[in-house]
Design a protein around this ligand. Structure first.
Ligand SMILES: [Zn+2]
Length: 225
């Protein structure tokens, strides 16, 4: 029998396939073994504290390429490699919210007591407050909310408000902090709240009212009448 000398080109292809991966298609864009080892080494060299700022302390996770912002607890965050996460958002930068965790991220941004998240989420859902309005309120206007035993305390600008639960959960009474008007038209705040009689007693209307409220314009209009 004649000896056949195999050259690399002649070797059957299946010999070169790892039997564990046989039949499996290689993922497009998958890293080679060499790249994976290098990346692992690089990660081991990174200081531990730098890694923690994103996963533990900060509220959100932002991916560097797509600019999508996730709530810290979003299940999709687990799929984002650490090297693709950004540690901060520049002031002029626009980020897009992840559709899955948008409401949660917005509320995390706005409430001072995130441990009560479930109460807030249920309240805003029951009162059919849109995610769009919550974003305007808590992100663009920078309002903050704190849970009280009888409602929600809201700070927006220099004014403080209270959304007091009504007798049933579908009705909320909007209250505004008390203030005294001085002779020159300026005001100073005093303790307590007064009911702000708005046309509709829905939470959506209350939020829109708070956002539109402007002390000078409000009293200017009253004087003009
Ligand atoms: Zn998300």
């Amino acid at each position: 029998m004649k000896d056949v000398k195999y050259t690399t080109e002649m070797l059957p292809v299946y010999i070169m396939i790892n039997p564990r991966n046989a039949g499996r298609k290689r993922r497009t864009g998958a890293r080679s073994d060499r790249e994976r080892i290098l990346l692992k080494r690089q990660k081991e060299c990174e200081p531990e504290s730098k890694r923690q700022t994103i996963s533990v302390i900060s509220k959100f996770v932002v991916t560097d390429r797509s600019g999508i912002l996730h709530d810290r607890d979003c299940p999709y965050v687990r799929r984002i490699r650490y090297c693709r996460q950004k540690d901060y958002i520049a002031p002029d930068e626009t980020v897009r919210f992840c559709k899955y965790c948008q409401r949660r991220a917005i509320l995390r941004n706005g409430v001072t007591d995130f441990k009560n998240y479930d109460v807030y989420a249920e309240y805003f859902a029951q009162n059919q407050v849109s995610t769009f309005l919550l974003e305007l309120f808590f992100v663009k206007r920078g309002a903050t909310a704190t849970l009280l035993t009888d409602g929600i305390n809201i700070c927006c600008g220099e004014d403080k408000w209270k959304l007091r639960w009504g007798h049933n959960k579908n009705r909320s009474i909007l209250e505004h902090n008390n203030y005294v008007r001085s002779a020159d038209g300026t005001r100073y705040f005093v303790k307590g709240y007064h009911e702000q009689h708005i046309k509709k007693d829905t939470v959506t209307c209350a939020i829109r009212y708070i956002m539109a409220y402007n002390y000078e314009a409000y009293h200017g209009m009253k004087c003009a009448k």
